[in-house]
Design a protein around this ligand. Structure first.
Ligand code: ATP
Ligand code: MG
Length: 395
């Protein structure tokens, strides 16, 4: 196995020196004590945590379409794609510098230098003709999440992320747009706006995906709640809510900013039946130079919602009080226990237009009246909740 030495860099600051094998695993990590504060938060506690932080940086092997993309681009693993692209990301300012080479952040970063996300392109359309001559010096080989996705640059230089869907429906993309519309109607500001976009998918078919503009740049980086949670000890089976609150406050967030954002997010997720608000779908933003916390990242990734994975025939039988989530607590109604201010969601501004679901494949149009009805039932539960009923308690 080939081992090479690299500095892990935060912009132009080396935070450690380490050996990396050609499949991406690291060893002999030597930290730079004078830049200790810039060392990734997720790896600060101990070496094992740092290994996990590094491993989580590669595109997950389970990403839809990853196997084909690796083969087509000639990588043996997502770890080797990671090193080949200097572990550059569009969500933070870390990267690796081969020892002895003289590269600067200004020369390599993906926020200001051009790139082509060939890997992402192939995950969306495995038949895509990648012209290897147009490949840029470095690509993005760090993005998280299971869905096919690619980073692109628009004509004004703005970075945006295109996401696909599971299977043969476009509901996840439409759900993102539906959630954006709910936040817009609420007049809530801190959310990521998603737009529908046409995609060329497998077999040359035209499909539908969604896109959103990047909320990070050269002076705003993103840290997931999962990474923040690696800085504290958590008891077995303890909900992540209070540890997360503790970390955010220790990084300088006001308690009220934490609870207001969480209250709003928990109630809107409940209304949309978003069952996937796991700790990589919540994040904070910080200034990579001063390390000051900026606040929560705008709400993103609300696509696994609105009963997207429930077959039509099961929709009328659904017990809404038994929905399970991947968030702080498994039982969805119980998440509402964390809400401090029940009126941060304005139910009068939560009446929605469902016509956007007509963009899904024709076979799924029969779902629309059922989605409407389920949404109405959620509105009614939230209305009871706002009148003081603790709806998770059996009546
Ligand atoms: N607009 C954005 N700007 C910057 N980073 C983003 C943006 N949208 C997403 N990300 C980053 O990319 C990651 C993956 O995106 P996203 O969560 O939307 O994908 P996903 O495949 O739906 O995830 P999951 O596996 O949770 O379903 C996020 O966790 C976040 O770190
Ligand atoms: Mg996600």
């Amino acid at each position: 196995m080939d081992l090479k030495e690299y500095y892990l860099m935060h912009k132009n600051l080396p935070v450690c020196l380490m050996e990396i094998s050609d499949d991406g695993s690291i060893s002999r990590v030597r930290r730079n004590a004078s830049a200790a504060e810039h060392f990734p938060l997720g790896g600060q506690m101990n070496e094992m945590k740092f290994h996990e932080w590094w491993r989580d940086r590669a595109i997950p092997k389970t990403r839809h379409g990853a196997k084909t993309a690796l083969q087509r681009l000639g990588y043996s693993s997502t770890g080797s794609a990671l090193i080949n692209n200097l572990a550059l990301s569009l969500t933070d300012c870390y990267w690796i510098q081969p020892r002895g080479e003289d590269l600067t952040w200004e020369e390599v970063n993906l926020f200001t230098n051009d790139f082509v996300d060939s890997f992402g392109e192939i995950t969306i359309n495995p038949d895509h003709d990648i012209d290897l001559r147009t490949r840029t010096r470095f690509d993005c080989a760090t993005s998280q999440g299971e869905l096919q996705k690619k980073w692109c640059i628009d004509k004004d230089g703005r970075r945006y992320l295109v996401k696909g869907n599971y299977g043969l429906s476009y509901q996840q993309s439409i759900n993102e747009v539906f959630a954006s519309e709910l936040h817009a109607r609420q007049g809530f500001k801190n959310y990521t706006r998603y737009y529908l976009t046409k995609l060329r998918v497998e077999g040359g078919r035209e499909g539908l995906g969604c896109l959103c503009y990047a909320f990070c740049n050269d002076s705003v980086e993103c840290i997931s709640a999962w990474e923040l949670l690696q800085t504290v000890k958590i008891r077995q089976n303890e909900s992540y809510y209070y540890p997360l609150k503790q970390v955010c406050i220790s990084l300088g967030m006001q308690e009220q900013s934490f609870t207001d954002f969480m209250d709003y997010e928990i109630m809107t997720d409940y209304l949309l039946t978003n069952t996937d608000r796991h700790m990589n779908n919540i994040a904070v933003l910080r200034d990579p130079d001063s390390l000051q916390l900026i606040g929560f990242a705008p709400i993103f990734d609300s696509g696994n919602s609105m009963f997207f994975n429930i077959p039509l025939t099961e929709l009328p039988l659904l017990h809404l009080d038994q929905v399970l989530t991947h968030s702080f607590i498994a039982k969805e109604p119980r998440l509402l226990q964390y809400v401090h201010n029940r009126h941060l969601l304005d139910l009068d501004k939560a009446r929605m237009d469902f016509s956007v679901y007509e963009q899904d494949v024709a076979e799924r149009h029969s779902r629309i009246p059922l989605l409407k009805e389920l949404y109405q039932r959620k509105l009614a539960s939230l209305s009871a909740f706002q009148s003081g009923h603790d709806i998770w308690k059996k009546r």
